[in-house]
Design a protein around this ligand. Structure first.
Ligand SMILES: [Zn+2]
Length: 411
């Protein structure tokens, strides 16, 4: 049998364990293991603690020679990295003062990405996902969610979700797929939301199960997409067929989070315009609030009221929303750090939002903290002080990334 491997010594290890899933966190609550090590075997953590103690065991050694701070691998719980084309012209038009409608009339908006994604081959989509996943890997993301939603027909959504499944077998990370066929009413359905959603739930949902393409159904609840009334039968059908629900909620107008809580969604994502009513609803529910600061930065909009959500006792994760339209930066840590500066979030709250709280938003119980029995997914930064990670606002890059106990970036 292969010997277990002791990796270390790390100047500091932040296991991020024993912290509450819900509510505010103070940095004093963070456990810091100084001069620590992690023993991995079979892809899992089998011991973690003081390096010198662990060294007494019979392990192979993977020696870290410089100052490094180790934290769990980052988890990005909301991305749209399966797409064709670019929306650079949208971005330029928006920043030149053009309205959403003017941009749509000029051929931009989500429909532009739908058109370009429909034209792309499955191979081209796979290559795009791999390229973007590799970039996330360099930034320490070891698990990421990927949505469909630019196909908007049974066949095209299948093409996207098959591409995500195939890409998953070719990248170092775990890709968690989500069906977002309810992203907007496709133009070729003549604004008939009801008929389109019925077609998706009757024809696409069974195919998703048959090919094991996803367990998750997402919908965009918004004036420009679907109303609560329109989405009700869709979510009921999804739940009946055993899918988990997640919702794009309260981005431009409130209301989506209430629907998310009503349908016991795993998460309600966006929440930029959530008021105290929505904040209280989420705080009293099991639905995880996912902030997407990359979209606020991309659109020049307000940030999600994360401080209020945490103080009210909500579970808050932070994700990149990496997409060609509103979050083209496509980074997780930099927007999370900027959100932290604007919303006055502790280091513990920012790090929790992109690790174990993000894992919860994907219903993953085996990662996001460094603890015996959990996946050996962790990253290390070239510094001797964990505060540098958020202080450098994403510009301090990890120089060690381990997935399932194996180093997946060049040392
Ligand atoms: Zn999104």
């Amino acid at each position: 049998m292969k010997k277990a491997i002791l990796i270390g010594p790390f100047t500091q290890i932040l296991p991020l364990n024993k912290l509450p899933l819900r509510g505010a966190l103070k940095d004093e609550q963070l456990e810091v293991i100084n001069h620590g090590g992690i023993v991995v075997s079979g892809g899992k953590i089998i011991a973690i603690g003081a390096y010198e103690e662990l060294k007494k065991g019979d392990h192979e050694l993977e020696v870290i020679n410089e100052s490094q701070v180790c934290i769990p691998g980052l988890i990005d719980a909301h991305t749209h990295i399966c797409f064709g084309g670019t929306r650079a012209n949208d971005y330029a038009m928006r920043n030149s003062g053009k309205s959403y409608l003017q941009i749509a009339k000029a051929g931009g908006g989500i429909w532009d990405t739908v058109t370009q994604t429909r034209m792309a081959s499955k191979k081209q989509l796979i290559d795009g996902i791999i390229h973007r996943s590799n970039r996330h890997l360099k930034n320490g993301v070891t698990t990421l969610e990927v949505k469909s939603g630019y196909g908007l027909s049974v066949d095209q959504e299948l093409k996207m979700l098959r591409a995500i499944k195939e890409a998953n077998s070719q990248v170092k990370q775990d890709l968690i797929s989500t069906c977002l066929a309810a992203h907007m009413v496709p133009k070729d359905w003549n604004n008939s939301a009801e008929a389109y959603l019925l077609e998706i739930s009757e024809s696409l949902f069974p195919a998703l199960k048959a090919e094991d393409l996803t367990q998750r159904i997402d919908a965009f609840i918004e004036d420009s997409a679907f109303s609560g009334l329109e989405i009700a039968p869709y979510f009921k059908a999804a739940k009946k067929q055993g899918f988990d629900i997640t919702v794009h909620a309260d981005q431009f107008t409130p209301g989506g989070s209430e629907i998310a809580v009503h349908y016991k969604a795993i998460s309600a994502d966006h929440l930029e315009v959530s008021s105290q009513k929505e904040i209280d609803l989420l705080a009293q529910s099991e639905t995880i609030a996912v902030a997407l600061p990359g979209a606020s930065i991309g659109l020049g909009c307000d940030f999600t009221p994360v401080r209020k959500l945490l103080d009210a006792g909500a579970i808050v994760a932070i994700a990149s929303d990496h997409n060609p339209g509103s979050a083209p930066m496509g980074d997780l840590l930099t927007p999370a750090c900027i959100l932290g500066a604007f919303q006055k979030l502790s280091n513990a709250e920012v790090l929790a939002g992109i690790t174990f709280r993000a894992a919860a938003a994907l219903k993953l119980k085996d990662r996001g903290i460094l603890e015996i029995g959990h996946k050996a997914d962790f990253i290390s930064y070239p510094t001797n002080n964990y505060q540098e990670i958020t202080y450098q606002q994403g510009q301090l890059k990890p120089n060690g990334v381990w997935k399932n106990g194996t180093r997946v970036n060049p040392s």
